[in-house]
Design a protein around this ligand. Structure first.
Ligand SMILES: *[C@@H]1O[C@H](CO)[C@@H](O)[C@H](O)[C@H]1NC(C)=O
Ligand SMILES: *[C@@H]1O[C@H](CO)[C@@H](O)[C@H](O)[C@H]1NC(C)=O
Ligand SMILES: *[C@@H]1O[C@H](CO)[C@@H](O)[C@H](O)[C@H]1NC(C)=O
Ligand SMILES: *[C@@H]1O[C@H](CO)[C@@H](O)[C@H](O)[C@H]1NC(C)=O
Ligand SMILES: *[C@@H]1O[C@H](CO)[C@@H](O)[C@H](O)[C@H]1NC(C)=O
Ligand SMILES: *[C@@H]1O[C@H](CO)[C@@H](O)[C@H](O)[C@H]1NC(C)=O
Ligand SMILES: CC(=O)N[C@H]1CO[C@H](CO)[C@@H](O)[C@@H]1O
Length: 600
């Protein structure tokens, strides 16, 4: 499978499209000349003391859909701005057609659910480790697992999380020391206590999940995995660590479970009456990988492609099969703003509003061409397409993912929040979360601590201040996302998911408590800032400033992961043969794989 070739084909289509647009150039040119003349007239009008407002009033130019751009063109006097805006004007008329086509192809079809047997067949090891039933009287899904290893062996010696992340060494040392004390004699067997999370924060990237995580972890009943974002279900399970590296060995489920051992020890201690807090038996374990909701990009390498290009299994099918009672928290924001934030955070060098506009246009083109051939679900989960799009349009199609989660879980198991609400009223969102997780009540002092606004790190990083996206880009994206938002608001029965109201969040620029993180993005006086950072600290906070795993690590620029070296043409160079170790569908084994682009 050569993703690159597919992409080249698409680029040809793009070029073809550009050729078509150039035919309209003549027509546009005359418009521009007219605009130029107009602005000269206007300028002299102003100079002679005319009404200033007329210049800014679009209705004084009768250009139909071009009004907004013509307006901008007219308000700039330098020749160069005409040139730079020409392409935006040109794009706009054509991209409207693209969005129209996309809108006509939108469908929310039900998916075929895999049966349990099929799931077990594809993940036999996972299902052999996790029991079908969990212990009663414990909030989390926990169980006793027979410990067969030789008593001198290191219980965490082969853990791949520990192996690949030096930051966890101290933590795993602690676990090693506590391990023997927590082995349990049960019916003449030596057992260890194992737990899965009670709840998951599953998405979306750049929507404030990190802020939610940072606040929630202050609740005395909440314990998170030792890695904030284990990305096990979506990536590590398939051997994906960094996209640029292709596939590694798959992380076995035991390695994932080890991340909950610290919390499991505490639950065990409580059960034996050694607890120091008043919150007995109520610990709620959480996991906060912001890829869980949407990222199924690994599927094409592992599963049969016989379902019309749609993945036969999604992440949620497996989670549902092992823990049907799990709870999920989703934080969303206006998808238009999310995309720009995503671009600014993960984008390559030389970012600008113009560059963003170009990338949005190209991505919409690619998305459209996929929809002309395939179903909407297959395009949203199409790894090739997702890798080819220079901005991650698909991540903002919230409803597509939500509906697929609702195909296996109940509505009341998924809490959907909005970043805009969280930014204006953290008390409101945190209360919703506490209720949703059935957490005990807090002292006023503790609650104030959890919901307080971040006191420090409110500097506005000038170097990251690229200004807002172009108004024309915003309009295009709003048009694109609108039908999806309409469906989302319908399914969630709340019109605030239309993101139509602007205003209450104006002037807000909340910055997150940053622990050695890159400076915060805050580029205009609307809600910005409470966005997920891809790098995680171990829990609990260890001494010293931890080095972010990626892509905050300066040695590994984020854009490499985002673009997978696509533009540099070195994609193939960095890909590796998939080293397959388990009993998996080996459709692609032995082939040269392209790296999957899966930044969070
Ligand atoms: C445990 O394993 C080590 C090497 O892995 C071996 O040297 C030792 O004899 C084993 N001990 C027992 C009690 O089996
Ligand atoms: C719990 O406390 C008892 C005595 O109070 C002690 O014997 C036991 O080792 C403790 N258990 C753990 C796991 O610390
Ligand atoms: C994904 O999209 C590309 C480009 O539109 C297409 O060639 C490919 O067949 C699609 N893959 C699947 C699995 O549908
Ligand atoms: C997957 O299936 C679709 C539809 O059957 C096909 O068009 C596409 O080329 C396939 N993709 C791959 C990567 O095999
Ligand atoms: C970014 O711009 C600078 C200066 O114009 C240029 O030297 C550099 O090569 C550009 N980088 C990329 C990745 O385009
Ligand atoms: C809709 O959501 C907003 C916050 O986004 C909330 O204030 C409001 O109560 C919700 N309405 C309903 C009917 O749930
Ligand atoms: C709509 C649009 O593209 N406006 C741009 C026109 O060019 C000037 C100068 O380059 C930009 O500042 C505008 O944003």
């Amino acid at each position: 499978m050569n993703l690159f070739a597919v992409f080249e084909v698409k680029r040809d289509a793009y070029r073809e499209w550009n050729r078509r647009t150039s035919l309209r150039k003549t027509k546009l040119y005359s418009i521009i000349v007219a605009v130029t003349l107009m602005s000269v007239v206007m300028a002299s009008y102003i100079l002679t003391g005319g009404k200033k407002g007329i210049l800014l009033n679009p209705s004084s130019f009768q250009y139909g859909t071009l009004t907004e751009n013509a307006d901008t063109v007219a308000s700039h006097e330098e020749e160069s701005s005409y040139v730079s805006n020409l392409s935006a004007v040109q794009n706009y008329a054509n991209i409207k057609l693209v969005i129209k086509t996309i809108a006509s192809k939108i469908e929310f079809a039900t998916r075929r659910l895999p049966d349990f047997k099929e799931l077990v067949k594809s993940e036999p090891h996972m299902f052999s480790v996790i029991p079908r039933e969990f212990l009663e009287n414990i909030k989390n899904p926990c169980w006793f697992e027979e410990y067969k290893a030789n008593s001198t062996a290191d219980p965490y010696g082969t853990n791949l999380y520990a192996l690949y992340s030096k930051r966890f060494r101290t933590l795993f040392d602690y676990l090693r020391n506590a391990f023997r004390d927590h082995l349990y004699q049960k019916e003449n067997k030596l057992c260890r206590f194992r737990c899965l999370p009670y709840f998951y924060i599953i998405g979306q990237p750049k929507c404030g999940t990190t802020d939610l995580y940072d606040r929630l972890r202050l609740h005395p009943e909440v314990r998170f995995a030792t890695s904030k974002e284990p990305h096990w279900w979506t990536r590590k399970r398939f051997g994906i660590i960094r996209l640029s590296e292709g596939f590694h060995d798959r992380y076995p489920v035991e390695d994932y479970l080890d991340l909950f051992d610290l919390a499991a020890f505490q639950i065990q201690d409580q059960a034996h009456g050694n607890a120091t807090t008043q919150y007995k038996h109520n610990i709620a374990i959480g996991e906060a990988s912001a890829s869980t909701m949407w990222d199924n990009n690994a599927w094409i390498y592992f599963y049969d492609n016989s379902t019309n290009g749609e993945p036969p299994f999604l992440i949620q099918d497996f989670i549902h099969a092992v823990q049907p009672d799990a709870k999920f928290i989703v934080m969303l924001r206006d998808p238009v703003e999310r995309l720009y934030s995503d671009y600014l955070y993960f984008g390559i060098a030389n970012k600008s509003a113009d560059d963003f506009h170009e990338k949005v246009t190209e991505s919409l083109q690619l998305f459209e061409s996929c929809l002309l051939e395939f179903s909407m679900r297959s395009c949203v989960y199409n790894t090739t397409l997702n890798n080819a799009m220079p901005v991650r349009l698909q991540v903002g199609l919230y409803i597509v993912y939500i509906l697929d989660w609702l195909s296996v879980f109940n509505r009341n198991q998924i809490l959907v929040l909005r970043l805009e609400d969280h930014a204006t009223n953290r008390k409101y969102t945190m209360h919703k979360v506490f209720n949703f997780l059935s957490l005990g009540s807090l002292t006023e002092q503790k609650e104030a601590e959890i919901t307080k606004s971040p006191a420090s790190n409110t500097r506005r990083p000038a170097d990251k201040n690229l200004g807002p996206m172009l108004p024309v880009t915003r309009e295009i994206l709003q048009d694109f996302y609108k039908p999806f938002n309409v469906k989302l608001a319908d399914v969630l029965q709340n019109d605030s998911f239309l993101w139509e109201k602007r205003g209450p969040e104006e002037g807000l620029c909340l910055l997150q408590t940053a622990r050695g993180r890159p400076p915060w993005l805050c580029w205009e006086p609307r809600v910005k800032g409470l966005e997920a950072q891809p790098s995680r600290d171990p829990w609990p906070p260890s001494g010293g400033a931890p080095v972010p795993e990626y892509p905050g690590n300066p040695a590994l620029p984020p854009h490499q992961e985002v673009l997978g070296g696509r533009r540099q043409g070195d994609t193939r160079m960095r890909s590796r043969h998939f080293r397959h170790t388990g009993a998996w569908l080996r459709r692609n084994a032995g082939k040269q794989l392209e790296p999957i682009r899966v930044p969070i």
